[in-house]
Write a protein that binds this ligand. Sequence first.
Ligand code: NOJ
Length: 564
Amino acid sequence: MSAPTSLPPRADRPWWRDAVTYQIYIRSFADANGDGKGDVEGIRSRLPYLKKLGIDAIWITPWYPSPQNDHGYDVADYMDIEPDYGTLADAERLIKETHDNGMKILVDIVPNHSSDVHVWFQAALKAAPGSIERDRYMFRDGKGVHGELPPNNWQAVFGGCAWERVIEADGKPGQWYLHLFAKEQPDLNWENPEVREHFADVLKFWLDRGVDGFRIDVAHGMIKAEGLPDVVAADPKAEMLAPENRPFWDQDGVHEIYREWRKILDSYPGDRMAVAEAWVSPASRIARYLRHDELANSFNFDFLSSPWTPTDLTKMINRSMEALAEVGAPSSWVFNNHDVVRSVDRFDLGLLAGNANTTLERHGDASKFDLARGTARARAGALLMLALPGGAYVYQGEELGLPEVRDIPEDRLTDPRWEMSLRTDRGRDGCRVPLPWTKDSSGAFGFSTNTAVTPDDAWLPQGSAWGNFAAELQENNPDSTLTMYRKALAIRKSESGLGDGAMEWIDAGPDVIAFSRPGNFACYVNFGKAISLPHGAEVLLSSAPMNGNEIPTDCAAWVRLSVL
Ligand code: NOJ
């Protein structure tokens, strides 16, 4: 398997072809103002940590004013900062200091829907059917004699009907509006030129302030099939999330938007970019978002969704590399984000990321979970990911080996999925628990500068054992997961053959994923019984202690192959 052959040297190609980007879930990263929620100043205070980690860029989840019904993915104003998180001046300083520390910065853009408190939506509620105010969203008359039935059979991603009926000025139930997510997240109408113009202005607003790019939320959802046809499926509820043939996912019209956005990005210096959050498949559909006049990156969700087996992972790697080579795009490998169960748990229990309707489906059987085995697999997975050609996205806490938090009390769950699934699916809070920075529990294990904040006071409770994973404890421990990430990222920088470029598979048996990269570099990931490295191979880094030249089960090794 070879990646594009005509790549210029790393220093001369766009940074986003190779970058390792660190996702900051702002609410849970670091709290500088002492209110138990993360903020912009908290991020700024941790820039030295991020620099030392060795990542190339940070991506900050939505930091805009928002009622936080979906923790910022319900935006009330796209051109300001949530007061709980700081001010625009704080954001500007963070952008500058991130650059001063040699890192790029991406912000999250949420164009599929706004918050229901956005001035546009409030105006739409007050305006009459057919008005220009309503046309910015997806209002429709209902079906049935009195319009009492929703306009079609679409289901919301979080559960339940995707339509909400409004009360009109005469006090009677009237039209319905579409919300593919929570009802507090009305879908915008991307056929309306004013919506397009506004988002062009939003992009420029942040580009003018120096951001290097955007992570595009629900990048495959903005255009809906003409006439909003019913989903044709045996069970629309069960199949609503399936990416193929859904009248609201991956419609051709989205590409026109990205061609326009690319022109805006290219009108600024410095390889500004965008990364798509597009849950589409097969890989050839993802490649369409990465054509030369569209976006730079798209998260490789096929990879993220793969079970921890050599066959599945190899298949996903091959498929996406082949599809992306067609358009000359790099892959963006990812194993974790704020929407999926952490890889420590997933890899241990063989869970699939993404689609779930119940807690058991999402989180698996807690009684079968083995932290040590899950941690070993997640560490091996990290070395696999960071050795593959292209860029990678690392989610905060991944570098600490954080597991999923499974015991948040029900009355503390905040993910809208919990209520919208009629309390059958606890949702995504367990991967969003505030980071442990110190061993000592005060300030919620150092998450907050306010030492009076206890682990239970943090916006999501941390549990008493959270300090075992603290960054402080891992800092000088040569065997810690943090140290392994730091070493891996340093090697990635110093090995000119890592990052984007060619790779060749090595046949090392059915239980092993092995491949070489330029410079006699090779990565071995062992899923089965202990195996021996080829004679003369020098170990550069391993995810678990090696036994001489033997790689144990669930361990990855980066090696320099002997040239003889
Ligand atoms: C994807 C985001 O990652 C997720 O957190 C959010 O709930 C949905 N999009 C809706 O914006």
